[in-house]
Design a protein around this ligand. Structure first.
Ligand code: ADP
Ligand code: MG
Length: 140
């Protein structure tokens, strides 16, 4: 299986509740390696750009407010099939539809405050990693 890199974000609802370690334990237990990581406060401009694909959705402005409401942890996860594996560990967008044992089932507060972001394709993973990290910041 191909080694892939994917972008993961631990969202403000989770950093506020001190869940960074419990969430990352799930990624590491599944074999994903954290090869880059930083904690930062997103500006409104960054959050708008990051979620630009959703700009016409009714929840866009709320989503930008939520993502700037506290610190986030942005990180690069690496491993076999990392894009899909990360999405599987995260669970469905709506925690009510997420499978047992997934991050969103266990920790999400709502469909918006759902604790984690994960890239949805390899192409988007590369774009999203470049949005937050310089190539020299990735451990290889
Ligand atoms: P995912 O994060 O699972 O890839 P999307 O890309 O569809 O989901 O949406 C991006 C983020 O926007 C979600 O993770 C969630 O925080 C928020 N969101 C999605 N759908 C809704 C909704 N119906 N109401 C409020 N927030 C939403
Ligand atoms: Mg998405």
């Amino acid at each position: 299986m191909p080694i892939e890199n994917t972008l993961s974000i631990i969202k403000p609802d989770a950093t506020k509740r001190n869940l960074t370690g419990l969430i990352n334990a799930k990624f590491e237990k599944a074999g994903l390696k954290i090869i880059a990581q930083k904690r930062l406060q997103l500006s409104e401009d960054m959050a708008q750009k990051f979620y630009e694909v959703h700009k016409d959705r009714p929840f866009y402005n709320d989503l930008v407010s939520f993502m700037t409401s506290g610190p986030v942890v942005v990180q690069v996860l690496s491993g076999n099939n990392a894009v899909k594996l990360n999405r599987d560990i995260m669970g469905a967008t709506n925690p009510e539809e997420a499978d047992a044992g997934t991050i969103r089932k266990e920790f999400a507060e709502s469909i918006e405050a759902n604790s984690v972001h994960g890239s949805d394709s390899l192409e988007n993973a590369n774009l999203e990693i470049a949005f937050f990290f310089a190539a020299v910041e990735l451990f290889s």
